[in-house]
Each structure stands twice: as C-alpha cells, then as structure tokens.
Design a protein around this ligand. Structure first.
Ligand code: AMP
Length: 187
C-alpha cells in the first residue's frame, strides 16, 4: 500500500500510472469530496463551503468518506491514498483504521515544490467539464482556447484554483499539514 502527500501539485498525474501498474485503486480525498459536492449530498453541500475557500474540510467528514472507500472489496490488496491524511488527527485515525483491518502503510511520498511553482501550476490549471481532462494555460494548453482537445467539452477553472484561494491553501498547508512530514519521518 502506498500513500501520497498533499496540495494539488500534479500528484494525481504521477499516482494514476503507478496505480494502474500496481493494479491498485487510486483514492483521492479531493476527488471523493468533489463527487459528493457534485451529487449534492448533505456531506457535499457542507464540504463545499470549505473547499471553495481553500480550507480543509472537517476531519470527521473526510475520515468517514475515506473509511467507507477503503473498506470496499477492491482495496483488499492495498490502495494508493492521494491527499489524505492532511492533518495529524487524520493521520492518527488512519493508523487506527489500518490496524483494525490488519494493514499498514508501505510508503509515504513527500513532493517538494516551490511556492512559486505551486501558484503557477494551480492558478493555470483548467479542467474539462465533460471528460475531466486536465490542461494548463501555459504548460499544457488546449489547441482551441477553453475547449477540450479530447471531447470538445468546455474547460473551467476549479473555484479553489483561483489565485486568492491558492494563497489560502498554501497558508493552510503550513498551518495544518506540514507537521505530517515530521510525523511520517519518525515512523
Ligand atoms: P485536492 O484535490 O487534493 O487538492 O483537494 C481539494 C480540496 O479538498 C482541499 O483544498 C480541501 O478543501 C479538500 N480536501 C481534500 N483532501 C482533504 C483532507 N484530507 N482533509 C481535509 N480537506 C481535504
């Protein structure tokens, strides 16, 4: 089983091929939360208030979503977590969850990226509203501005990729997530 870091830095782009190669499910807390937002569930409506502001969704909501997911049968042989845990308390709950199912973390990936690069990558990211393909206005532009090359769908910017929100996400990372580096280094 593998586990990955935090803050949208292209982690999914790196982890998806790894998941495919290892035949393990790739579980992104951000994607699960966005699915809940899109479905309009009570959890999604609650979570959206935090996501759109660049803040972390309360631990209990995320923990419940992850717990439900990792108990599914496709996770029997392991899984790759992406974006979870993001707080020390989530990390401790994850330890407990894994103990209960007789599993453990094999690897933790920590991606080191400069603040300037994070801002550039996130604020330029665009996503296809139809097929979900990712673009970047500078690094991976679509052939026709605002239109997906693959399916012709409209490209949009995630609310939390707006410049002010990206700044908030970085602040939140330093305040609530960075402590995880020491936690996992110790382990
Ligand atoms: P991501 O797609 O990983 O960049 O996550 C997008 C947003 O979803 C974050 O800025 C948070 O608002 C929320 N989120 C994702 N994972 C977590 C988590 N483990 N704990 C709390 N909030 C999360």
């Amino acid at each position: 089983m593998f586990f990955s870091g935090h803050l949208g830095l292209g982690k999914a782009r790196r982890l998806r091929p790894l998941a495919k190669k290892k035949k393990l499910p790739h579980i992104s807390s951000g994607n699960l939360l966005r699915d809940a937002v899109e479905s309009g569930t009570a959890t999604g409506i609650h979570a959206r208030q935090y996501i759109d502001k660049g803040q972390l969704v309360p631990d209990q909501i995320v923990v419940d979503i992850i717990q439900d997911r990792i108990l599914k049968s496709d996770c029997k042989n392991g899984f790759i977590l992406d974006g979870f845990p993001r707080t020390l308390s989530q990390a401790k709950v994850l330890d407990e969850m894994l103990k209960k199912v007789g599993n453990k973390l094999d690897l933790v990936f920590y991606f080191v990226v400069s603040k300037e690069s994070v801002i550039l990558r996130l604020s330029g990211r665009r996503i296809c509203s139809t097929c979900g393909a990712n673009y970047h206005v500078k690094f991976v532009p679509s052939a026709v501005d605002g239109i997906c090359d693959k399916c012709g769908g409209k490209l949009y910017q995630r609310a939390d990729d707006k410049m002010e929100t990206v700044q908030e996400r970085i602040r939140v990372y330093h305040q609530q997530t960075e402590d995880l580096i020491a936690y996992y280094k110790k382990k």
